[in-house]
Design a protein around this ligand. Structure first.
Ligand SMILES: *Cc1c(COP(=O)(O)O)cnc(C)c1O
Length: 361
């Protein structure tokens, strides 16, 4: 068996330990004679799996008791609709548009109410985070929306926007559990787990209880998109994505063993610095993002020559570095270096880039 260094933006690399453990438990989960995939979600055994996953996530993120943790389906994209449906009491919200995912959320919200774009970085291909210290936010906006880490463009809100007292809603799909967060600064935190936490098919939403309406504000909201119904049923109004939640639970335990989110942050900063320091010193490769807004998770870079980019991606693949091609809307390269990417993966990638630069100078 040989494993590559997988720099995919998502679905993405998972801790090898977790995969091995899941493999060991595949046919017979802890003596029950069946796989977690085959188990009733109403069984005691499964209830323990989901309860433990929730508790471990609460421990890792220090989630206060007045926040609900929901394990949902439909990906982050489904929440683009669920957010306005459940939060637009006044029918209005402010969106900060820092990339394709934020834009999609903004456009989806327009279907259900008045979504106002209060800032954007579209003018420079989303290569920076706009100044959000004094935005013109409508008084009656129900929330301010951000995509905290922009997976495609490689930017991160290192500082949260000044929401001027409005609730903050954040899509954290690609920075989930990459560093500590102060949950109390947010009304809603949500993300698809397939970037940094688990297999596709699970989205986790952390929602302050008082923001969950008795019924959604949009008429005829599908039952499945009502946060209240999902919360009242412990994420089991219907069959949840059982196996995916089980894997997320294993990743939470792995993160705890690694020292929690402080330790992950230190490791992620170290990994990112190796790559960014090289990009800043290279004559061939360069990063595309304004320095102060650089993501710790997704690192886009270019040579400035499309043919050379393609050659690099092809040769890297041969050398065991997979999925380095940039998003189709940006071109160039992108290395996603999520929690589970070992530091050796980044070191070896940089060594390979150095060699490529020498050989193609
Ligand atoms: C990948 C991604 C999405 C879309 O996730 P789906 O689960 O495929 O809907 C949304 N937001 C961000 C930040 C992402 O990286």
């Amino acid at each position: 068996m040989s494993r590559v260094y997988n720099f995919s933006a998502g679905p993405a690399v998972l801790p090898e330990e977790v995969l091995k453990e899941a493999a060991e438990e595949m046919l017979d989960y802890r003596g029950c004679g069946m796989s977690v995939m085959e188990m009733s979600h109403r069984s005691k055994m499964y209830q323990q799996i989901i309860d433990e996953a929730e508790q471990d996530l609460r421990d890792l993120m220090n989630i206060p008791d007045n926040y609900k943790v929901l394990f949902l389906q439909g990906g982050a994209s489904q929440q683009f609709a669920a957010v306005p449906m459940n939060l637009m009491k006044n029918g209005k919200a402010a969106y900060i548009v820092t990339g394709q995912w934020a834009k999609k959320a903004y456009q989806e919200a327009q279907k259900y109410g008045e979504a106002v774009a209060v800032a954007s970085s579209a003018d420079k291909t989303f290569s920076y985070i706009p100044d959000c210290s004094d935005l013109d936010i409508p008084e009656d906006a129900d929330y301010v929306y951000i995509c905290q880490n922009n997976t495609i463009y490689g930017t991160l809100f290192h500082e949260l926007p000044n929401t001027k007292g409005h609730e903050l809603v954040a899509d954290v799909s690609s920075c989930f559990l990459s560093e500590p967060v102060d949950v109390t600064k947010y009304g809603v935190i949500y993300g698809g787990v397939q970037k940094n936490v688990g297999p596709a098919g699970v989205v986790i939403a952390i929602i302050r209880e008082d923001l969950i309406p008795e019924t959604p504000y949009v008429e005829n909201t599908p039952t499945m998109l009502s946060w209240k119904i999902q919360a009242d049923n412990g994420s089991m109004y219907n069959t949840p994505p059982c196996y995916g939640i089980y894997i997320c639970g294993k990743v939470f335990k792995w993160l705890k063993k690694m020292g929690g989110l402080e330790a992950m942050k230190a490791l992620n900063e170290k990994k990112a610095a190796i790559l960014y320091d090289f990009l800043d010193s290279s004559k061939m490769f360069k990063g595309t993002v304004r320095k102060e807004d650089r993501s710790l998770m997704n690192v886009p870079f270019i040579t400035g020559n499309d043919e050379l980019d393609a050659k690099f991606v092809a040769e890297a693949k041969k050398a065991g570095f997979e999925n380095l091609k940039g998003h189709r809307s940006v071109g160039g390269m992108r290395a996603s270096i999520y929690n589970a990417m070992p530091i050796e993966g980044v070191e070896k990638l940089v060594a390979f880039m150095k060699k490529f630069e020498e050989e193609n100078a």
